[in-house]
Structures are given as structure tokens and as C-alpha cells.
Ligand binder design. Structure first.
Ligand SMILES: [Zn+2]
Length: 229
């Protein structure tokens, strides 16, 4: 490959070290490590979505969704590939993250269930899950919100892939798998809960075991007539 080196100027002077990350110009592992450990762009939700109660493979789908890195038709088109786009699940719209996860009939059914459980009106678009997770609630309720969001996004993506690549047109509206996985995630958690109606509804709906340490036991108080004296 002689042409490959044509542009390199060869000097007769002695070679000198030229590693720009170290003052001496010499390569050191320490300088390389510091270079790669430098923080990137601050991300408000990076730490929020990773939890020991959720399998990393499920969270990775959510992470890609937030980064708009899932290979939907729209994403592939944005990369410059000219492909026809159609949502495999409803066959009525072009496939984008907004449509697949928030507008398609499957997604609408799942978010409708979530709205009923958590008494919220959110979820018309892709920016809502984060504000939903961060909104008020006990640590346990916030964790359950994260678990539900993560498993819901993962399941929609899984159903889409089954339909597209394995010809399994079983567009399931059954949310029992999400419920089951959320129950497992909640049982693994040590997050505390409050004596609030929302907490009670959530743990009851998902069948989460309430360990004694989680409860703040209410103290019944009753006023009584003073004694006749
Ligand atoms: Zn659709």
C-alpha cells in the first residue's frame, strides 16, 4: 500500500514522543484512563432508569427508546435507507417510536391500564414516562412506576419483533405478563411505602408482598367520654 503513506512527511530529525494527553508526550495508561472516564453530556434520567429490581436487558430497551435508538422504520429512514414503513401491529400507520409506543392500539390499551392503576392522566407522548416516574409517591410506588414503564416498553417492542420477524401475528392485549414481572420486581425491592391509598392500591393490584418493615402501622385513636367524676 505505498499510496497510503504518500501524504506522510518523513523528516530526517529524530522521532519524538507525541502523546498529547500527557505533558511528556509519552503514552501512559493513566492518561488514557482519565480521557475515557471524562463525563459526557449530563443526562437527567440516566441513573433513574437503572434499578437492581429490573433485568438490565429490559432496561436497555427503555434506554434505547429514550435515546431514540431502537431500529424502527422511521429511525432506519433517518439513517438514509429508503424503506417502506408500516406498523406491523396495526398496519395503518408508519412506524415511529411515538406511534409504536404511544399511539398504536396495543400501546393505548397498556397505558389505559396504567392510568387506571396509578390514577394519572399522562401518556399521550414519549416525554411523559419520565415525568410520571418522577412524580409524587412513596419510594415503592416510584419504583413500581419505573418497573411498569420498563416492562411495558419492552413488551411492546417484543410483540412488534415477534409480529415482524417470526410471522406471529398474536397481538396480545393481555397485560398479565407485565403484572407478573412487576410483582417480581416489587418483591425484590426494599423500597419503603406510605400509608396512602395509592400505595395500597398498587401493592394489591400487583400482588406485591409487603414485608413488615415496609409498613408504617397506623395507630388507631378514638376519643372517649371522660369519666363521670
Ligand atoms: Zn400501529
Amino acid at each position: 500500500m505505498p499510496h497510503f503513506f504518500n501524504h506522510i512527511m518523513v523528516r530526517e530529525e529524530q522521532d519524538i514522543p507525541n502523546w498529547i494527553l500527557d505533558e511528556s508526550g509519552r503514552f501512559t495508561l493513566k492518561s488514557a484512563k482519565i480521557f475515557f472516564l471524562e463525563p459526557g453530556v449530563p443526562c437527567g434520567w440516566g441513573k433513574l432508569i437503572w434499578s437492581s429490581s429490573i433485568s438490565p436487558s429490559k432496561t436497555l430497551v427503555l434506554w434505547k427508546d429514550f435515546h431514540e435508538r431502537l431500529p424502527t422504520d422511521q429511525h432506519i429512514q433517518n439513517k438514509g435507507l429508503h424503506i417502506c414503513s408500516m406498523c406491523t401491529l396495526c398496519e395503518k400507520h408508519e412506524e415511529s417510536i411515538q406511534h409504536l409506543f404511544f399511539e398504536c392500539s396495543n400501546a393505548l390499551h397498556i397505558w389505559s391500564c396504567v392510568r387506571q392503576i396509578f390514577l394519572t392522566s399522562q401518556f399521550p407522548n414519549k416525554d411523559d414516562p419520565l415525568s410520571f416516574i418522577k412524580s409524587d409517591g412513596s419510594p415503592l410506588v416510584k419504583l413500581i412506576k419505573l418497573v411498569v414503564i420498563t416492562f411495558s416498553i419492552w413488551m411492546i417492542w417484543r410483540i412488534r419483533n415477534y409480529a415482524r420477524f417470526q410471522d406471529k401475528i398474536e397481538v396480545s392485549r393481555d397485560t398479565s405478563l407485565i403484572k407478573y414481572l412487576t410483582c417480581l420486581g416489587g418483591n425484590l425491592s426494599k423500597a419503603s411505602m406510605k400509608n396512602a391509598l395509592l400505595d395500597f392500591n398498587v401493592i394489591q393490584f400487583f400482588g406485591i408482598n409487603t414485608r413488615s418493615g415496609k409498613f408504617l402501622c397506623p395507630i388507631p385513636v378514638r376519643w372517649e367520654f371522660p369519666s363521670p367524676d
